[in-house]
Design a protein around this ligand. Sequence first.
Ligand SMILES: Cc1cc2nc3c(=O)[nH]c(=O)nc-3n(C[C@H](O)[C@H](O)[C@H](O)COP(=O)(O)OP(=O)(O)OC[C@H]3O[C@@H](n4cnc5c(N)ncnc54)[C@H](O)[C@@H]3O)c2cc1C
Length: 398
Amino acid sequence: MPQRIVVLGAGYTGAIAAGRLAKRLYREDVAITLVNAEPDFVERVRMHQLAVGQDLKPRPLSEMFAGTGVELKLAKVTGVDVDRRTVDVMDGNGAEELAYDTLVYALGSGWNAQGVPGTAEHAHEIASRPGALRLRERLGRLEAGQTVTVVGGGLTGLEAATEIAEARPDLDVALAARGDLGDWLSPKGRGHLRKVFDKLGITVHEHAAVTGVEADRVTTADGKAIPAAVTVWTTGFAVHPIAKATALEVTGAGQIVVDGTMRSVSHPDVYAVGDAAYAMGPGDKPLRMACATGGPAAWQAADAIAARLTGGELPNVPIRYFQQCISLGRKEGVIQFVTADDRAVRAALTGQLAAVFKELVCKSAAWVVANPTLGMPTRRRRVARERATAGSAVKAPA
Ligand SMILES: Cc1cc2nc3c(=O)[nH]c(=O)nc-3n(C[C@H](O)[C@H](O)[C@H](O)COP(=O)(O)OP(=O)(O)OC[C@H]3O[C@@H](n4cnc5c(N)ncnc54)[C@H](O)[C@@H]3O)c2cc1C
């Protein structure tokens, strides 16, 4: 019987993990199944671009995985039973159960409305492609002078507000941030951000904690009403509830707690990567939800699984931050260089050079998904029968 490896989610991290495993192991020794709800690889980092009407390159998963040995299953995951080692999926033909020996959980995340009243009825999200397409349709119906308010002053909010303002200079765009605009950036990064916001005519509401969304406005904790024909909600991401419904050890927010090899601390045959995982990074800080660290985490998981199955040396992929790449429309940006644990240093790239840099980063992120061993020659290894079940005997890197 080949080892059954089931990977849930073909986003940035699941696709990398599946593709890399297929390059590390002999085909006859493993059956790798990649389950994804949508037929395409979705470049989530470009959802603000999709929302303003830009067309993204289609990336069908069937083409991406053709000839790799990975079996693609287009279906929605509805549940996982980690005691029976099965996954419930649903597709056009009905429900099915998939059995696994090793599971890689990479279902990513969606928007986080944080229970704020009115969000479900009135706010738009750009954490998913359907959400971005709904916003695109709504923005298309707005007339000159109407208001768009982006709630959330994090990376996604900054990118969304500037992208909308650049694409639709006829609209009145505002951003509501809990703190000061870009307050975690270096003085250079912050200064440039403010310059671009001014140039694009974006109204910034700082220290604005939004506590309610209505059809034509958002309201803040201090009683202010900010007009909003359209509200775009970008206050962080929340994981899907599937993991929380299992016996896996998860955080209060539902992320799967993993060790340095991305293996569940409670169930050694389960790995988790990307937004769905709670992994410690440099400085003993949990990794934030980002491709920047999700990609290396997926390499780590795939190589650890391969090592445990083949009796090879466990890898210790360095997972650290280098920069935060913020697009500010298509012509502007800020590349904020950071410490290994994600704190801004003085150096930052700004302007058009930063926009080009960010575009390159997005392109390379998609390239890495299709080239999970970075185009390097790889040696496949044989699964050692006795190792396939004795994985926990191999010591994890510190
Ligand atoms: C607008 C925007 C801009 C961003 N910009 C950046 C950036 O500049 N830099 C950066 O590092 N990060 C950025 N991020 C964050 C980054 O996109 C995520 O951290 C990254 O996508 C996480 O990868 P993942 O593999 O965990 O999840 P995803 O890429 O979301 O992949 C999850 C996959 O699982 C599938 N799936 C989900 N549920 C199910 C189910 N029930 N059944 C079957 N399939 C399912 C989805 O269809 C998807 O294919 C941005 C995010 C957004 C929304």
